[in-house]
Design a protein around this ligand. Structure first.
Ligand SMILES: C[S@@+](CC[C@H](N)C(=O)[O-])C[C@H]1O[C@@H](n2cnc3c(N)ncnc32)[C@H](O)[C@@H]1O
Length: 310
C-alpha cells in the first residue's frame, strides 16, 4: 500500500515555485509525493513533473500515487546532486522550477526498518540510498573516538559528544553495536540526566549520524553548484531545510549567486563586475505559521528560502 507524507508549507512552496500550466518542474526530494501532487495539479493539463529520490521506496511509492498522471511524470531513482544531468538527458535546456524538501520522510522513521528512529529497535543502517556502502553501524563500529565525537559535535551540535563517543567506543569492545535500540540506550547512559531530558537524549546523535551516512551537506553543495545551469530564465528554486547547517549553506550560496563573479569577462566588458545569476525572493527566511505547526509538529523547524533565475 502506498504511504503519504504531509507536505510542509505546501501553499508557500507552490506560490514561490510560481507553478504555471504547461511548465516543467522538478521535485528533487519526492518522498511521499505530497508537494509533487500539488505541483502536478497546478501545472495541469500539460505541464511535466520530473521527480527524483535517492530512496527506491519513495520512487516505487510515487509510481503508485501518481499513476493516474503517468504521462506527465518522469521519475528517477537518483540523487538530487545529479539533477542537472537528468535534465540534460531528457533533452531539456532547463526547467521552470526546482523544489528540494531536505531530510527524511515519515516513512523513513516509521516504515523503512532502517534504524532512523531512536524509538525503534531496528538494524542500524540509516542509508536513504541502500546502493551506497556505508551504514550507520559501520561508522559507529569503525570510526575512532575523536572522529565520532566530531560527527556528533559538528552535525548534531551535541553538547555531550565526547562522553557519548567514549561510551560507544567502550561498549563496542565487547561486541559490535548493531541496532538503533542499542545505540539509543548507550547515548542515554552517557548523557547526564538520561531519559529525564525534555527531548530524547539520542535525538542529535541520530540526526548527526544520518547526515554523515548520507553525505547530506556535500550533496546539497553539489546541487547548489549546478543551479544556474538547470533553471530557465525566470525559473524558480525553492528549498525547505530543517537543520541550521543546511540553512546556512543555502543562505550563503544563494547570496553568492546573487552576485557571481564573471568567469571570463570579454574585452568589451569594461565593467568586469559581478554578474547576477539569481534574485533572492526571501530576504528573510520564511517559517510555517502556528496553525501548521499545531497540525503538523514535524513542520516546526522548517525554513524556506527561494530565488529566481535572472
Ligand atoms: C522530507 S522528504 C520529502 C517529502 C515530500 N516533499 C512530500 O511532500 O512528500 C525528503 C525526501 O528526500 C529524499 N532525499 C533526501 N536527500 C536526497 C538527495 N540528496 N537526493 C535525492 N533524494 C533525497 C529522501 O529520501 C526523502 O524521501
Amino acid at each position: 500500500m502506498a504511504y503519504r507524507h504531509i507536505p510542509v508549507m505546501c501553499t508557500e512552496v507552490l506560490e514561490y515555485l510560481n507553478c504555471r500550466p504547461g511548465g516543467v518542474y522538478a521535485d528533487g526530494t519526492l518522498g511521499g509525493a505530497g508537494h509533487a501532487r500539488g505541483i502536478l495539479e497546478q501545472i495541469a493539463p500539460d505541464g511535466l513533473l520530473i521527480g527524483l529520490d535517492q530512496d527506491a521506496d519513495a520512487i516505487a511509492n510515487a509510481r503508485l500515487l501518481l499513476a493516474g498522471q503517468a504521462e506527465r511524470v518522469r521519475l528517477f531513482h537518483r540523487n538530487f546532486a545529479d539533477l542537472a544531468e537528468v535534465i540534460r538527458d531528457l533533452g531539456l535546456k532547463g526547467v521552470d522550477g526546482v523544489l528540494l524538501d531536505l531530510g527524511i520522510s515519515l516513512h523513513h522513521l516509521q516504515g523503512s526498518g532502517r534504524g532512523f528512529s531512536f524509538l525503534r529497535d531496528e538494524p542500524l543502517d540509516m542509508r536513504m540510498d541502500v546502493r551506497t556502502v556505508q551504514t550507520a553501524a559501520d561508522l559507529v563500529n569503525r570510526l575512532k573516538e575523536d572522529e565520532l565525537q566530531h560527527i556528533f559535535q559538528e552535525y548534531g551540535e551535541e553538547r555531550w559528544s565526547g562522553r557519548i563517543a567514549r561510551r560507544i567506543v567502550y561498549a563496542r569492545r565487547s561486541q559490535p553495536i548493531r541496532s538503533s535500540g542499542e545505540l539509543a540506550r548507550l547515548v542515554c547512559e552517557a548523557v547526564p540526566g538520561g531519559r529525564r531530558a525534555r527531548i530524547h537524549p539520542a535525538t542529535r546523535v541520530f540526526m548527526a549520524l544520518r547526515i554523515a551516512v548520507n553525505d547530506e551537506l556535500d550533496r546539497l553543495s553539489g546541487f547548489l553548484d549546478q543551479v544556474p545551469e538547470m533553471l530557465n530564465a525566470g525559473g524558480r528554486l525553492c528549498i525547505l531545510s530543517f537543520h541550521s547547517l543546511e540553512d546556512r549553506i543555502v543562505k550563503q550560496r544563494l547570496k553568492a549567486m546573487e552576485r557571481k563573479p564573471r568567469r571570463d569577462p570579454g574585452p568589451s566588458d569594461t565593467a568586469g563586475g559581478p554578474e547576477e545569476v539569481l534574485k533572492i525572493l526571501t530576504r528573510k527566511v520564511v517559517r510555517p505559521g502556528p496553525d501548521e505547526i499545531a497540525a503538523n509538529p514535524m513542520a516546526r523547524s522548517t525554513k524556506l528560502r527561494a530565488a529566481e533565475r535572472v
